[in-house]
Design a protein around this ligand. Structure first.
Ligand SMILES: Cc1cc2nc3c(=O)[nH]c(=O)nc-3n(C[C@H](O)[C@H](O)[C@H](O)COP(=O)(O)O)c2cc1C
Length: 360
């Protein structure tokens, strides 16, 4: 049985199904984003890791592959944040997602241009703050999720946020199938958002050597949170590189960051002054610690080694615990079709349970 399950999320985002493919640095490229949209979901392009000067090309590449609406993710502290925001407005992109936040002025600018603002949050207080700043929809990511993540599981965070806010809420973190969609809708969410599940599709750009590691990881506790990479809690598949980083002293890790920072600064076209300015922006924008700011450059180099070069031992593989239950790569079309079918079946089975009570 299949049904559209048309929710307010579909109305606002202009997609057929209430299924969002979240942004993932170096993973949610033009192809994956367009494949999601063509299959009836809503894809977010990973604008936060788009090369400076290349954002326009990437948006044109998405538009060449799909005529459906799509979204773009960005961070205010990325060197080319203004380039991304300008391109989003110029291309009339349907929605933006973000984590560590743009200020109210930037959000107003986006909203005035008709762009839906849809941040991802990991705590109730962040959901409330994001809405005060102008968010139209919030995605809540429970701790099971991949990438930077919190400590509260989706089953607790989702109802907490639903009780606290009036805007549509999208559930994320640990969702991978139609049961997850049916459950999220039953909680009162307007839809689901998934990262790891879309990373593990045949439309994903991640090399097969790395995908094989995601698929062969069967123990959810082996996809664990560490702060050893950039000082913030982030979930990765445990591998040699994670164990090596965790075994290093803090000064050694900071020393390594300096080297990676130089490499990354070159890539981003920033000199020492530009790097210092960016560091200050990151430090002052969200109350991050000095160690976090200094360690941040570890992330791009090591994650690219994992998900771009496919080095599953010496690179990093960010992922959610859902990877442990995903055993095959489907296309976005197959995945979204299956999720809709499964959700329809679950919801029909639940409806069949509620029979009128007769008194005798
Ligand atoms: C490889 C990877 C990279 C990610 N990169 C980003 C990012 O650049 N920006 C962002 O807001 N979230 C990022 N995330 C988090 C996802 O957008 C999403 O919120 C999360 O994956 C949802 O949980 P799930 O993996 O259980 O579906 C990333 C997640 C993964 C797995």
């Amino acid at each position: 049985m299949s049904s559209d399950l048309h929710t307010v999320l579909c109305e606002r985002l202009g997609c057929r199904y209430p299924i969002v493919q979240t942004a993932m640095g170096w993973v949610a490229d033009a192809r994956l984003t367009a494949a999601t949209c063509n299959a009836g979901g809503f894809g977010f392009f990973a604008g936060a890791t788009a090369e400076p000067g290349d954002v326009e090309n990437q948006l044109l590449a998405i538009k060449a592959k799909t005529d459906r609406p799509f979204g773009v993710n960005f961070h205010m502290f990325q060197p080319n944040a203004d380039e991304v925001i300008d391109a989003v407005i110029r291309h009339k992109v349907r929605a933006v997602s973000y984590g560590r936040g743009p200020d109210a002025k930037t959000i107003k600018r986006l909203k005035d241009a008709g762009v839906i603002c849809m941040p991802t949050v990991g705590a109730v207080k962040h959901a409330i703050k994001a809405i005060e700043l102008g968010a139209d929809i919030v995605t809540v990511q429970g701790g099971e999720g991949g990438g930077h993540t919190g400590a509260v599981p989706t089953t607790i965070l989702l109802p907490q946020v639903l009780d606290a806010v009036k805007v549509p809420v999208v559930a994320a973190g640990g969702i991978f199938d139609g049961r997850g969609l049916a459950a999220a809708l039953a909680y009162g969410a307007a839809g689901i958002a998934m990262g790891t599940r879309f990373l593990m599709t045949s439309d994903s750009p991640v090399p097969r050597s790395a995908l094989d590691r995601y698929i062969s990881t069967k123990d959810p506790t082996a996809i664990r949170i560490t702060t050893a990479v950039d000082g913030l809690p982030q979930r990765f598949i445990e591998n040699d590189e994670i164990r090596r980083l965790e075994g290093m002293s803090l000064p050694a890790r900071l020393g390594m960051s300096v080297n990676y920072a130089r490499e990354w600064g070159k890539q981003a076209g920033l000199g020492p002054v530009g790097m210092a300015k960016l560091g200050w922006k990151a430090l002052s924008s969200d109350g991050g610690s000095f160690a976090q700011m200094v360690m941040a450059p570890n992330l791009p180099t090591l994650v690219q080694r994992g998900v771009v070069n496919g080095d599953a031992d010496n690179g990093l593989l960010p992922g959610g615990q859902a990877a442990a239950v995903i055993d095959r790569l489907e296309s976005c079309e197959e995945l979204i079709g299956r999720i809709m079918r499964e959700a329809g079946e679950r919801l029909a089975a639940l409806a069949a349970l509620s029979r009128p009570v007769t008194s005798n």
